[in-house]
Design a protein. Structure first.
Length: 425
């Protein structure tokens, strides 16, 4: 089913065996055997929106310099634009100064990051436009400078308020998963793809034996929550890419999907909160210039990156935060035991608060000098607090703490259920 319009909700009677069950018996195939990933062009069940291909190729409106954190932009030449959904982009100049800033203090970078072209893409919603001054719905995540040609581009085909909920999605995938074997193993049994969706959602969906459960590409302010993966091991679990901005992934059970919680592209300001997996599984930043993303209260996955020398280093640019993270045991690529969790140069500017093994054994983090740490430390590449212990109990969840600070309440972790701390108040 391909949903192309706003304000459409697909609602079943539940994700259990007595709910609404959709069953796919045939894998999707790629039209080109050399491009295995194209098997996912036709997901088994739902495609929502239109694919967003290179929005930077569209004409844009130039904007003036601005500091990170501002919600007000000024248009050059006082042009008038209409409120709505846009993408704010900046280019990497010949001196690669934008890439260098995004990955500072890392000196070396993958081939694709050093090339000219868009290296910053943030989806924004203009809520007011008056005399060349724009008010956005949320702050921008990086500074704007004229040498990077900041501009606003109207997103084509953006749809809003479309959701999928209360479904059990089943496939006939029963083979033992082999990474990158062919188009079926990589993406032949994908379930839900959303493209160019704002304020959409996927809720209470169980995916049984998917190659990929739920994917968001160029989506903004969407929520994926109370979903789970069971059955045969697959390639991707919950995946986000493109310029996807400020999406929430909450209360998810990723089963044994290889890249369980993964991102690439230019994703910014996204949150994964209260997410669980079996083993071997991973939080996988797949060689990208994503910035300012939070993984909060993650249980069972290891921190691991894929990508070749065109994509890494880094695995993630500035601003990755791991908060109250309980890592699993096994490497998602080869199943071997993991005690060295990550190397900070692969995640420049990382901030970790509360990281330990789910099974209780000591874990280590390697700094830029190759030194292994099992206690707190801080270097130009990042800071680590409460290593081999938990963050809290004062603030057990950074996301929930921020939510309460802004809105006065804690967000229920499960739909229809109050958060324990909220009920105590």
């Amino acid at each position: 089913m391909h949903i192309r319009k706003s304000n459409i909700v697909i609602r079943g009677y539940g994700d259990g065996v007595d709910g609404t069950v959709l069953h796919d018996h045939t894998a999707s195939r790629s039209p080109d055997p050399n491009m295995k990933w194209l098997g996912g062009t036709f997901p088994s069940f739902f495609k929502v929106g239109q694919s967003v291909e290179k929005p930077d190729s569209l004409p844009g409106t130039a904007v003036q310099d601005a500091l990170a954190g501002t919600q007000t932009l000024k248009i050059k030449n006082n042009e008038t634009i209409q409120p709505g959904g846009y993408v704010l982009v900046q280019d990497n100049p010949p001196d690669t100064s934008l890439s260098k800033e995004l990955i500072y203090p890392l000196k070396n970078m993958g081939e694709s990051h050093s090339r000219m072209g868009v290296k910053y893409a943030l989806m924004v919603h203009v809520i007011r436009s008056e005399k060349g001054v724009l008010t956005l719905d949320a702050p921008i995540t990086w500074r704007l400078q004229q040498k990077w040609k900041p501009r606003l581009i109207k997103l084509p085909h953006l749809i809003e308020e479309t959701g999928i909920e209360n479904l059990r999605l089943v496939t006939d995938w029963k083979d033992e998963f082999i990474h990158h074997k062919d188009d079926i193993h990589d993406s032949g049994w994908d379930h839900i793809h959303m493209y160019g969706v704002e304020n959409g959602w996927v809720r209470n969906v169980t995916s049984i034996s998917p190659s990929s459960s739920i994917s968001l590409s160029w989506c903004k302010n969407c929520a994926v929550y109370d979903c789970q993966i069971t059955g045969n091991r697959g390639h991707n679990g919950f995946h986000i890419n493109g310029g996807s901005t400020r999406n929430l992934w909450m209360n998810l059970k990723g089963g044994e999907a290889m890249h369980t919680y993964s991102m690439n592209g230019f994703c910014s300001g996204n949150v994964f909160h209260m997410c669980f997996t079996s083993a071997p599984t991973s939080v996988d930043c797949h060689g990208c210039l994503c910035i300012q993303n939070l993984f909060d209260n993650i249980y069972g996955a290891v921190v691991q990156n894929g990508g070749n020398n065109k994509a890494v280093p880094p695995a993630h640019a500035q601003g990755l935060v791991l908060y109250n993270f309980q890592t699993g045991l096994e490497n998602a690529y080869n199943g071997r035991a993991v005690t060295q969790i990550l190397k900070t140069p692969m995640y420049p500017g990382i901030r970790i608060v509360g990281l330990k093994s789910l099974l209780g054994y000591p874990v280590f983090i390697e700094d830029e000098n190759g030194v292994l740490h099992r206690k707190d430390f801080s270097t130009p590449f990042g800071s680590v607090e409460k290593l081999n212990t938990s963050a809290g109990p004062e603030i057990s969840s950074l996301y929930q703490w921020q939510h309460k600070k802004r809105y006065g309440i804690l967000l229920p972790v499960e739909s229809g259920k109050s958060h324990p701390e909220e009920s105590e108040e």
